[in-house]
Design a protein around this ligand. Structure first.
Ligand code: SAH
Length: 358
């Protein structure tokens, strides 16, 4: 049964979000909970228009190198957490990482994202050496690090070595929710401090959260949106939570494609020029998840450049896609998917630019 009055109210909120780039907490909650027919398409249409105004039809490709699955942390949701004895561990040497970049560069990539567990083998000096080597060989490329929490001095050293960007999801903006997802030795305040330090140093910073993580409520998501609005990251990485069979959250429900896509649209309207990836996790819960993400306002994808023999070992969650493909195959498939929905893949650095059109 249609509820015409509710319908009108929530569609109005979408209009208000578009024009004012802001809503009250109650209004955000109403948008997140709306079940009116046609509402997601209405939001997505607005998000697409905004994204096209700033970025046209371009979808930026970043080459992802998952260089270690060894981690000293024990995040309750993550498949490569320290206490998972069933994961076959690996780490890539500096030469192996560089050869991933060589392959990526040949394929046209101009951004490399180095992601891994928090692996103490990669000391500050080793990360500096890896970053300098990549920047020395490919000065026209951007290097993004996603290696978790370190101290400000370390972040500064990586930045001085040439790292341009840093991805560190805040995971949830609610401290007590954070504590449900992480063991006591990990602190919400420290993670937030890291984000602040990264920004102060001058990195282009990405934060973000899982959608539908265990115990997440609508209020938590509203807090996440408020945090994004205040922090003003250059990038926001969101993807559905997907259970991993060797974690304590193995039997919890995964986040949904609908809520993830709705949040992508909301974030696009809230932060019009933000870089917004359609993530691998989104492609994992729905075979056309990334395409749906692009159509809801996302404008970045991160094909995998990790060597094929380690792909199947960087498993943060179950059923991860693209674990068997060669890099060249991955990029071809990605380009096809993007063009199938009317957008075009771009491999240049795609720096975040602050637009001042309004
Ligand atoms: N160690 C780095 C990189 C973490 S992996 C760091 O701490 O930043 C990158 C992201 O994967 C995490 O930030 C988390 O949001 C996401 N992730 C981990 N486990 C997941 C799961 N089970 N389902 C979906 N996303 C997950």
């Amino acid at each position: 049964m249609e509820k015409p009055f509710e319908r009108i109210y929530q569609f109005d909120l979408a209009d208000k979000l578009e024009s004012e780039k802001n809503l009250t907490d109650e209004e955000f909650a109403a948008v997140l909970l709306c079940d009116a027919p046609g509402f997601d398409e209405y939001l997505a249409e607005k998000a697409r228009a905004v994204r096209e105004k700033y970025y046209g039809k371009a979808v930026y490709m970043r080459g992802l190198i998952e260089f270690t699955n060894i981690c000293k942390n024990n995040c309750y949701y993550c498949g490569i957490r320290r206490d998972n004895a069933n994961t076959e561990r690996y780490r890539l040497s500096e030469e192996q990482i560089l050869s991933c970049c060589d392959i990526g560069y040949e394929l046209g990539f101009r951004t490399f994202v180095l992601q891994g567990g928090e692996d103490p083998y990669y000391t500050d000096e080793l990360i500096v050496s890896i970053v300098s080597a990549i920047k020395g060989r490919y000065p026209d490329c951007a290097v993004t690090l996603s290696i978790g929490e370190r101290e400000k001095e370390s972040y500064q050293k990586f930045f001085d070595a040439g790292a341009d960007r840093y991805l560190l999801r805040h995971e949830t903006a609610d401290k007590s929710h954070y504590e449900m997802l992480h063991p006591a030795e990990l602190s919400f305040d420290h993670r937030m401090q890291c984000l602040k330090d990264l920004k102060d140093i001058g990195y282009q910073v990405g934060c973000g959260m899982m959608v539908g993580s265990p115990y997440q409520t609508t209020e938590h998501l509203v807090k996440d949106l408020r945090f994004l609005q205040e922090f003003k990251p250059e990038m926001v990485g969101i993807g559905p939570f997907i259970p991993h069979h060797d974690t304590q959250y193995a039997d919890y429900a995964a986040g949904t494609v609908e809520m993830t896509v709705r949040l992508l649209s909301i974030i696009r309207l809230l932060l019009p020029d933000v870089l917004l990836p359609a993530t691998t996790a989104l492609g994992t819960i729905d075979p056309r998840g990334r395409e749906k993400g692009i159509l809801a306002g996302a404008n970045v994808v991160m094909p995998n450049l990790s060597p094929s023999d380690v792909r199947g070992k960087y498993l943060l969650y179950d059923n991860k896609i693209c674990t068997g493909d060669e890099a060249a195959e991955c990029i071809r498939c990605m380009a096809m998917r993007i063009s199938s929905v009317g957008y075009e893949t771009v491999v240049d650095r795609g720096d975040h630019v602050s637009f001042s059109m309004e």
